[in-house]
Design a protein around this ligand. Structure first.
Ligand code: AMP
Length: 285
């Protein structure tokens, strides 16, 4: 069955209600310019629910004043093909931001301490915007399950917490990070990288590998492990935003690194901000 484009909130709500009569509805929220990572979320959703709705909305409330809202890449016709190929039934791409934020809109979702460190500290207001739009999409779709990538691990944690705290019936499902063959985590923002910059972007996954190697060889000090990550980023001349070891569950700073810790990275390559994260123990070991 081919994918249907929906451009208004009214139609999105109505079609979601209709779809839910046939079985569980899966929601995949995105900002578009889709890649294989997004498609893996859609495929994951299609295996678990009877109808998949993808949303494509470059959400202005989650961007800071000096960020890339205006130049964020867009390709609706390419996105529709990728959604169809991966098994989505509906694509909700609001024809203008007023479909999500109508005139007079003034109510926001204010996340708690999980949203404070890492990207929350470096992008003030970001998770407030994310939570607000995701809450709206949950309320509009009333999807049984919603699928989010571990690529944005903090976002997944914050949204999962929001779902519990605000009693949304939508179950939040986390999906693994999809990477390019050289290790770079797929991201719409990778399109910003110049041919010069692109090979240097592997520094993030190399930094994760360096931390995993350090942990495997017995290093447990948080500062020492973070220094291993920073060294990789510096070697490729990325500008560090943060490199922090945190607990996987609540994103707290552990006294000492352990199996439940993760390394979280954000760095600028030219004007492009890249993020990545990973466990301290490689999945296969
Ligand atoms: P975005 O369009 O960047 O807002 O991402 C939409 C969803 O796709 C989020 O849940 C992301 O975590 C997820 N996602 C983005 N890149 C990847 C990736 N490389 N692997 C898995 N999920 C991803």
């Amino acid at each position: 069955m081919s994918v249907a484009l929906i451009e208004t909130a009214r139609e999105f709500k109505d079609l979601c209600a209709e779809a839910r009569r046939d079985g569980p509805l899966g929601l995949v929220p995105t900002m578009g310019f889709l890649h294989v990572g997004h498609q893996s979320l859609i495929r994951f959703a299609a295996q678990r629910t009877s109808t998949v709705a993808v949303t494509i909305f470059v959400n202005p409330t989650q961007f800071g004043p000096n960020e890339d809202l205006a130049r964020y890449p867009r390709d609706l016709s390419g996105d529709l093909k990728k959604c169809e190929e991966a098994g989505a039934r509906y694509v909700f791409a609001p024809r203008n931001p007023e479909e999500i934020y109508p005139p007079g809109f003034q109510t926001y979702v204010d996340p708690g301490p999980l949203a404070a460190p890492l990207c929350g500290a470096h992008r003030p207001g970001h998770f407030r915007g994310v939570c607000t739009v995701v809450a709206k999409l949950f309320a509009m779709s009333r999807a049984e399950q919603a699928f989010f990538g571990e690529k944005d691990y903090q976002q997944l944690a914050v949204i999962r917490r929001m779902g519990r705290d605000l009693d949304f019936s939508t179950e939040v499902v986390g999906c693994p990070i999809v990477r390019e063959t050289d290790g770079l985590a797929m991201s719409s923002r990778n399109a910003y990288l110049t041919p010069d910059e692109r090979p240097r972007a592997t520094a993030l996954s190399l930094a994760i590998a360096a931390v995993q190697d350090g942990y495997a060889s017995g290093v447990r000090g948080v500062a020492s492990l973070e220094a291993l990550a920073r060294a990789q980023l510096e070697r490729a001349q990325l500008r560090l935003d943060y490199a922090e070891i945190r607990t996987a569950q609540d994103l707290a700073v552990p006294g000492e690194a352990n199996r439940e810790s993760r390394i979280f990275l954000a760095a600028f390559l030219g004007k492009t901000r890249l993020i990545d994260n990973g466990p301290l123990v490689r999945a296969e070991s």
